[in-house]
Design a protein. Structure first.
Length: 284
């Protein structure tokens, strides 16, 4: 039986040779941005495994799969792989991506980046992606809220835009990333209303170097508590960090600070994700 610490599961991690501006965006200077560095920090925060989200800067769908496979193997299966495509690349590219994913048996999820690219989640060009997700019963993770890229267009990344596709594809499970920050209230309604929409708690904090960081953490805990109270239960709330933007212990502390029962915190920190991604419960 594994120790309870291994039950934790982070649904939102990044590690890629294509990550831009790492020194500016990581939560501290000199971070070890490697499988070894990430696993060491996961051990520190008692996180057994997680989802490695391919980033929109990756040069091709093939490369998302190749790099994901490399990191899955290097991490001995602790970092699950994903892929991404943008409908703005055209219908042919979407079809090509889906064909490649069809032959990839260990894909954990598909990630989409509205906001970074100018498309809405309900863009009709995404039909083949959602049909693939339905066939394979794979969650679709959707970037929501603020973009790190100042050229991003955040109107495409508002939670309300996810509502339509959640209704249209009731059998597809969606993860509304970053709780739609700063539109957490809007995200809460979309999650409350749609039983197939989950939400992750990643990337909610400013960099630790900003003044009054501790106050920002406290305020974020309050905002999270309000949003969860509105949703009414914790079954579709997923812990995520957005590492390397946030430190894993700090991201976990947001959940630990909530005024919830220990069993509810355990669900957010791993149980819900293991159910969503079809993984065996830790420790069996
Ligand atoms: Zn992210």
């Amino acid at each position: 039986m594994a120790a309870p610490k291994d039950r934790r599961f982070d649904v939102h991690l990044h590690l890629s040779r294509y990550w831009p501006d790492l020194p500016t965006n990581s939560y501290r200077a000199g971070l070890d941005f490697s499988v070894r560095g990430l696993l060491a920090e996961m051990d520190l925060a008692h996180i057994g495994a997680g989802i490695l989200l391919q980033i929109h800067e990756s040069p091709s769908v093939e490369e998302t799969l190749r790099e994901g496979r490399e990191l899955l193997v290097a991490s001995e299966g602790r970092l699950l792989r994903t892929s991404t495509v943008s409908p703005t690349q055209g219908a042919e590219e979407v079809a090509r991506a889906v064909a490649l994913w069809e032959t990839t048996s260990d894909l954990a999820a598909v990630k989409l980046f509205p906001g970074y690219f100018p498309f809405y989640p309900h863009d009709s060009r995404l039909g083949p992606v959602y049909e693939f997700a339905h066939r394979r019963n794979l969650p679709v993770m959707i970037h929501q809220g603020d973009t790190l890229d100042r050229h991003g267009l955040v109107k495409y990344a508002r939670p309300i835009e996810l509502d339509e596709v959640a209704v249209r594809y009731r059998d597809v499970r969606f993860v509304l990333c970053h709780f739609g920050n700063p539109w957490m209230e809007e995200a809460s309604e979309v999650v409350y209303k749609n039983p197939n929409v989950y939400v992750d708690t990643s990337g909610l904090l400013p960099p630790p170097r900003v003044p009054h960081f501790a106050a920002a953490v406290a305020r974020t805990v309050d905002r999270l508590a309000d949003a969860i109270a509105f949703i009414g239960d914790v079954d579709r709330i997923l812990y995520g960090s957005d590492w390397p933007l946030e430190s894993l212990p700090t991201a976990v502390s947001l959940i630990e600070s909530l005024d919830l029962a220990p069993e509810e915190k355990e669900l957010i920190l791993g149980g819900n994700a293991r159910r969503l991604f079809g993984l065996p419960p830790a420790g069996v």
